[in-house]
Design a protein around this ligand. Sequence first.
Ligand code: ATP
Length: 362
Amino acid sequence: MSTIEIRKITKKFGEFVAVRDADLKVEAGEVVCLLGPSGCGKTTTLRMIAGLERATSGDVIIAGQRMNELAPDKRDIAMVFQFYALYPALTVGENIAMPLHYEGLSAAEQQARVKKVADILHLGDVLDRLPGRISEGEKQRVAVARAIVRDPNCFLFDEPLSRLDVELRHSMRGQIKGVLSNLSKATVIVTHDQLEALTMADRIAIMRDGLIEQVGSPHDVFAKPANLFVGSFIGTPQMNLISANFKSYNNGKAKVTFDKQDVDIGVNHAVAKLKPGQITVGIRPRAFSVVGKDTKDTIEAVSELIEPMGAETLIHARTKTGNDIRVVVPRDKRVKIGETLHLVPDPAQTHIFGEDGKAVRA
Ligand code: ATP
C-alpha cells in the first residue's frame, strides 16, 4: 500500500529544533498539505520523508517500510519542487520520459507511459516542443507528468504552484487535485498558501515553530480550530479574537465581560465546564448579524473603514475600548463610516479559547 507515515520525527540543526516530535499518517489515495507560516518546518519535514535530510530522531515509514537509513533514490518516491528544472534541449516528451530511463523499459513501453500521462495532463499537443516554447502552466504540468510517469510509492510536492500567476494557480490547483485523486498514492504537499491547502488537501496538517498544531479536513480546521493559532491562521479575513472575562455559563449562554460591559453570548455547551477566568472569544467576520440598536447582548463597534470585496463588504470597526473588529456583510447592506454597529455572533460559529489557548470543545 502506498502510505507515508512519520512517527515522532524531530530535526535539530545544532541546538535549533526545526521539527519536533511530528506524527502524521497519510493513507493511500490521500492528499495531505503541510501548511504554516515561513520557517515553521514544512520543507524540513518533507525533506526528511524524501531522505534529503536525516531525522535526528523518530521514524519515516513509506509503504510500511522504515526508511530512515535509505537514500532518496531507494525510497521510490517522486518529488516536484518549487523550482522544477526541465532539460531545455530535450522535448517535452523526452523530459517526461527521463525518469523511465533507469527502469529498463522498452522504447515502446516508455512511449506508451509518456502518452498516458501526457493525456492525463493535457500535454499531448506539445510533446514535440522544447520547454522554451511552452507556457508556464504547461511547464508546471510537465514537472507533474515527470513525477507520475514512473508509478512511485508516493508523491511529495514542495510549493509546486508558487511560481505561477494567480489565475494559473487557481486552475492548476484543481487540475493537480484531479490527477492525484485518480492515482491511489499517498501525497504530501508543502504550501504556505491556505487557499491552496483548503482546495487541494483531503487533510491539512497545520504547523507552527516545528510543531504540528492540528491535523484535520479543510472543513474541520476551519470550523473546529484546535487552538488560537489555527483559528487565527485559517480563514480570510482573519478571525476576530476578543479578550474577555468569563463569569458563568447558563443554558447555552456564557456571561462574559467584554469592553467593560456584561454580555451574554451564545456558545457551545462544553463551555459549561470552564472555570471563571480570562478567555478569548473567536468570531469569524462572516459570523456576525448586524441587528437593531434595541437588541440585547450585542457587541457594539463603530465602523472606521469600509472595503468593498465584490459580492461582500468588509467593515473594520472599533469597540469602545479600542478592539478592532472585522465584519463581513453582503454588498447590499449599506453601512456608513462612523455608524455604530450592533453585532450578534452566531453561537455555532463562536469559538471559546481557554487561558491556555486551546479551544473549549465537547
Ligand atoms: P518556508 O515556507 O519559508 O520555506 P518552512 O516552513 O518550509 O519555511 P523550513 O525550511 O523547514 O521552513 O525551515 C524550518 C526552520 O529550520 C527555519 O527556521 C530554517 O531557518 C531552519 N533551517 C532549515 N534548514 C536549515 C539548515 N540546513 N541549517 C540550519 N537551519 C535550517
